[in-house]
Design a protein around this ligand. Structure first.
Ligand SMILES: [Zn+2]
Length: 610
């Protein structure tokens, strides 16, 4: 059994110390720093943050180690004769996450902590993570409270150590911890759903003072999830939620918990309880079934150093994205109208992905971690992690098709009941391959599902296929009124959206953030990092920019004074279609399947679809 002591009292000063006592036999020992952490689908662990590694015998004698020159996460230790256990002391630089590590890194400040145990552990090569026993204790700053799916002794020791029940390395790495000076805990039981705990931390107690109606929506989420899946693969569930401006936004799934970071006011400000803030918790909850319990075979590994094959992320993330959003509306966390606006926005950005012509959706899944975060240049040519939203659009199409082919008899709900069912004899992780998915769909409704998957997912395409919307009873079009979700996003990101008119997105100061391939702005020669200083011979302001676009049906063009490096240029954008934002409109002679899909199903749920 590995004994692990993790001291997080210095995390505000960017330091995390841990001491591991590892049973060994004399000879060569290989230790790994966890590299491929589940949930980020790539080798994202930040070994560059390792700031101390010493190995000693139990009587304090130093033991030599060296790094494998061919594999930087692998350490070779020469264990002397007669040694039964060694001590490893690690120092890790907290608060230095990268795009790939945000959800699996350790970060904290003077008021709160997000702890991921993969940052402070080494494990021996050869053993299976689920079979490496570990006894963990953690020291936190005085008087802090914490939340985690790990079970612990009820009180800390006099010197502030919290002892956790012995478990496996796999469970420890799958169970992050949040802690803080201010923690709000909600605990509830829903009929037939395991006990659910929610742990909210923030620097500000006021940020945690959300009302009873919000708490009720979380309860409905459990009821709706149970209705969708029919049972649960976990025995209890813990939401860990950080409400702070001091951390990057992220969400990460685990088998019995989820780790979520949202803005400080996201739960108490009505204007912010929308968009991804509302979708995040349902998305990560769905992962307990889709991704954690049922996992693509290529993503099932016995350790944290074997590469994964992530081709089926269009199911792992795409289906989760779809179901999470449906559950968000069914539970009342998101309004139907808000969902419709948000869906239009996602179809809008996907429609600009010119990179679809050279790489398939499946290719974005295979190369997923190289696409994390937007490219600052021509992201639409490169593509991004499109398997989330384009994957979700695919699953909307499947849901609609199942309903149509069976005259309303079957739907994706039936698929979920069967695919995600866990009987007591099933393992904790049940791998699948694509053919199981195709076979199950065929058994629900005979159809050329393989052909559909090939056309939508596995081949480059000239343009985004919108059949899903047509089946759902909607068409994609444009409005000249700025939708609420665009206003919120512009406020959040301090940007100005004109992707669907001029084909450009600006920062508030006029710096070009994105140019849409093939758009009027692209044809004029605009590129990212250029800064628009003037519009039609007057100084740039966001208001003048918006109003110049509005006037284009009369003017037919906009003259821009552009600063590139230290050179000014005048560029004239030819455009006459005025203000345009994406919107979904009802096709009146077709049934409103989308509304039907989003309607609450659970008897416990009184959410009305608005
Ligand atoms: Zn996800």
């Amino acid at each position: 059994m590995i004994q692990a002591e993790v001291d997080a009292t210095q995390v505000a000063r960017h330091l995390l110390h841990s001491k591991l006592t590892i049973p060994v036999t004399p000879g060569e020992l290989v230790l790994w720093f966890p590299k491929w952490i589940p949930g980020i689908h790539g080798p994202g662990a930040q070994i560059s943050n390792l700031a101390g590694l010493t190995v000693t015998s139990t009587d304090g004698e130093p033991i030599r180690w060296q790094r494998d020159p061919n594999e930087l996460y692998r350490f070779l230790v020469d264990v002397p004769a007669g040694t039964e256990s060694i001590q490893v002391d690690l120092t890790y630089l907290a608060n230095q996450p990268t795009k790939l590590s945000t959800g699996v890194d350790t970060q904290g400040n003077a008021d709160l902590l997000v702890m991921n145990f993969n940052t402070c552990l080494l494990y021996p090569e050869g053993a299976t993570a689920s079979e490496i026993p570990i006894s963990l204790r953690v020291r936190l700053p005085q008087n802090w409270q914490f939340g985690t799916a790990l079970s612990s002794e009820p009180t800390a020791s006099d010197d502030g150590w919290h002892q956790f029940a012995p478990t496996s390395l796999e469970t420890v790495i799958d169970s992050p911890l949040v802690a803080g000076r201010h923690l709000r805990k909600l605990e509830f039981e829903t009929p037939d759903f395991p006990v659910t705990r929610m742990h909210f931390v923030s620097e500000s107690p006021a940020a945690l003072a959300f009302d009873e109606a919000q708490a009720e929506r979380y309860r409905r989420l459990s009821a709706e999830a149970l209705n969708l899946f029919g049972g649960t693969p976990f025995f209890s569930y813990d939401y860990l939620v950080v409400c702070s401006e001091q951390f990057p936004a992220f969400g990460l799934e685990h088998s019995d918990s989820s780790l979520n970071s949202i803005p400080e006011q996201a739960l108490v400000d009505d204007d912010q309880r929308k968009g991804w803030h509302a979708y995040l918790l349902p998305h990560e909850l769905v992962h307990a079934w889709c991704g954690k319990y049922r996992r693509p075979e290529g993503m099932t590994r016995a350790n944290y150093h074997t590469n994964k094959q992530t081709e089926l992320l269009w199911i792992y993330e795409g289906l989760t994205q779809y179901l999470g959003q449906v559950l968000a509306v069914r539970s009342g966390l998101m309004t139907f109208d808000g969902h419709l606006e948000s869906l239009a926005g996602r179809v809008g950005y996907l429609s600009h992905r010119a990179g679809r012509k050279w790489r398939s959706l499946a290719d974005t899944a295979i190369a997923n971690y190289t696409l994390r975060g937007s490219s600052p240049n021509w992201n639409d040519l490169r593509r991004g992690q499109d398997y989330y939203d384009e994957g979700a659009l695919f699953w909307l199409e499947v849901d609609c098709l199942l309903r149509k082919l069976t005259q309303g008899g079957k739907s994706l709900n039936d698929f979920c009941q069967e695919f995600f069912h866990k009987s007591p004899s099933d393992p904790k992780i049940k791998p699948y391959e694509l053919n199981e998915v195709v076979d199950l769909l065929s058994s629900l409704a005979p159809h050329d599902w393989e052909g559909l998957i090939r056309r939508r997912v596995y081949q480059p395409l000239d343009q985004l296929q919108l059949d899903a919307l047509w089946h759902a009873g909607y068409e994609y079009t444009y409005t000249d009124e700025r939708p609420e979700f665009v206003k919120l996003r512009e406020k959040d990101r301090k940007t100005i959206s004109a992707e669907h008119s001029l084909g450009i997105r600006l920062k508030e100061d006029g710096t070009v953030e994105q140019v849409v391939p093939g758009s009027p702005s692209d044809k004029t020669g605009l590129a990212t990092k250029m800064k628009i200083m003037g519009i039609d011979r007057r100084k740039f302001t966001p208001e003048r920019f918006r109003s110049a676009i509005k006037e284009t049906p009369a003017t037919g063009q906009i003259e821009l004074l552009v600063l590139e490096g230290d050179t000014f240029r005048t560029l004239v954008v030819t455009y006459a279609d005025g203000t345009r934002y994406p919107v979904l409109e009802r096709v009146v002679d077709r049934p409103d399947l989308l509304r039907e899909i989003c309607a609450p199903r659970s008897e416990d749920s009184e959410a009305s679809v608005q």
